[in-house]
Design a protein around this ligand. Structure first.
Ligand code: ADP
Ligand code: MG
Length: 463
């Protein structure tokens, strides 16, 4: 299909194409070095050369993206040298290994410019400081990240960010990288995941290019390694990481590390690495609380509204989501995206009902994080009664009312049925639970104090 009209101007037959690419490759090998060549150019397959467009298939998005950012110009130049005018270089990724001319391009990749040739992972353009919502749980991590992003002097080394899944570690790291890159385009900032670090290391070992690997990693100004818990138990990778780390610290180069837990808690990580990681500033991102979740939802909803013209969100829906969906921000985002997609599809306002329907699975999954026992404990603490009275027989109001509140919250925050809840409240009948739930519903409407208590408890339980 590429050579359907090989005679006309500006098009090359499959044979010509192969030949010119061969020549270009040889020159590239010389100009960018053996190591870079093997990593980035060798895996490419030229699948089309016509109308001034050179189309390549790359085995992964990562490689395509990287070549597109860093070598598109060199490729164009080398084609020009052998007399083939190329205006544009296009990359696509096919999951299967591309079979010469029949490979279907799966996904085009743009080519923004970037100043250096480091083999980092692409940065997500959405992950900036501007789009990061700051609240109590991530205040310190954010402040530390900002400091590093300013790139002034290295005040703590490394910066070690840790916290559970979806709390914004990667977001903050990308934000640092973006900012450093913006303020100092010449700065060699290398961001990659620990997994990629290992992959590159193993590849270098296999291809006997360990010297250039070392050189490369020691030549950066800022090294950022995401999800470093990944290298635990991988001994030679750990070793290499340790040496890289030390070399950079010795040169007073900034290092930023993230992990899902504190350095001391990473199993199968060598002690010398643990203690090295603890030398700098170790900050954790705490689980999100209600306020932070609401803030994030408000910001993301605004962005969604710009993308989904005319979709309206009823008041109370974001608050509901902030209450009900657990701490992982990624889950929150997913919920919001789904809501907007659904609402714009069916042309309806996003109401509480719609949210409950559309997000039933997410809400149910989040519920599992709150147990009836937890609710009973929090409620008895709040009202200063004994936990045993939650399930005991006492009927005086100072005890019965908190018990009913706990029943109500169990119904609202967990997926348990009334009979199940009844069993957890000392084997009470489901009609008793129903009565308690109704009672609290009434009180919530008529008694501001109860409404406030409920609000507070719900918040405590969902954070
Ligand atoms: P982690 O790396 O800690 O698992 P990510 O950084 O990938 O988490 O964050 C998951 C998602 O949540 C991303 O889309 C990110 O933009 C978003 N996110 C997390 N925290 C915040 C925040 N404070 N403000 C805005 N978005 C956030
Ligand atoms: Mg991450």
């Amino acid at each position: 299909m590429l050579n359907k009209s090989t005679d006309s101007d500006g098009e090359a037959g499959a044979g010509d194409m192969k030949q010119s690419w061969g020549g270009v490759r040889d020159r590239l090998r010389q100009s960018i070095g053996e190591n870079n060549f093997a990593t980035w150019i060798e895996p490419l397959e030229l699948i089309g050369l016509e109308d001034g467009i050179a189309r390549f298939a790359a085995p992964t998005t990562f490689i395509g993206d990287w070549v597109s950012r860093n070598y598109a110009e060199a490729i164009r130049r080398e084609f020009a040298r052998i007399g083939v005018e190329v205006d544009r270089v296009d990359f696509s990724v096919s999951r299967r290994r591309p079979a010469a001319a029949t490979a279907a391009p799966a996904r085009p990749i743009q080519s923004p410019a970037r100043g250096h040739d480091l083999p980092g992972a692409p940065l997500d353009p959405r992950f900036t400081f501007d789009s990061f919502v700051v609240g109590k749980p991530n205040e310190l991590a954010h402040a530390a990240a900002c400091r590093v992003g300013e790139g002034a002097d290295v005040s703590f080394n490394p910066l070690f960010l840790y916290g559970g899944v979806g709390l914004g570690k990667t977001h903050l790291m990308h934000a640092i990288a973006w900012q450093l890159q913006r303020e100092g385009p010449a700065l060699r900032v290398l961001y990659l995941s620990a997994e990629q670090f290992m992959y590159r290391f193993v590849q270098a070992l296999r291809e006997k290019k360990i010297m250039s690997f070392k050189e490369l990693f020691r030549s950066v100004d800022v090294l950022m390694v995401d999800d470093v818990q990944f290298i635990s138990g991988k001994d030679s990778t750990q070793d290499e990481f340790f040496h890289t780390f030390n070399a950079l610290v010795d040169q007073n180069k900034q290092i930023v590390i993230s992990a899902d837990r504190a350095p001391g808690e990473i199993k199968d990580l060598e002690d010398r690495i643990k203690s090295r990681l603890q030398c700098g500033l170790v900050v954790d991102l705490h689980p999100t609380d209600y306020e932070l979740r609401l803030g994030i939802l408000q910001q993301k909803a605004e962005a969604q509204m710009q993308g989904n013209d005319g979709v309206v969100i009823a008041s109370g829906v974001l608050e509901f989501l902030a209450h009900r969906i657990s701490t992982n921000v990624r889950v929150l985002e997913g919920a919001l995206t789904r809501l907007f997609a659904f609402a714009s599809l069916v042309g309806r306002e996003i109401t509480l009902d719609l949210a409950q329907d559309c997000l039933a699975d997410i809400l149910r999954a989040s519920d599992r994080s709150v147990t009836i026992e937890e609710i009973q404990r929090k409620v008895s603490e709040h009202f200063n009664i004994r936990l045993s009275d939650m399930i005991g027989p006492k009927r005086m109001r100072t005890i019965a009312r908190p018990r009913q509140i706990a029943m109500y919250l169990s119904k609202e925050l967990t997926a348990r049925s009334l009979p199940e809840i009844g069993r957890r409240f000392g084997g009470r009948d489901h009609t008793t639970i129903m009565h308690g739930v109704r009672k609290v519903e009434e009180l919530r409407a008529s008694d501001p104090q109860i409404a406030e208590d409920l609000d507070l408890l719900r918040r405590l339980l969902s954070s």
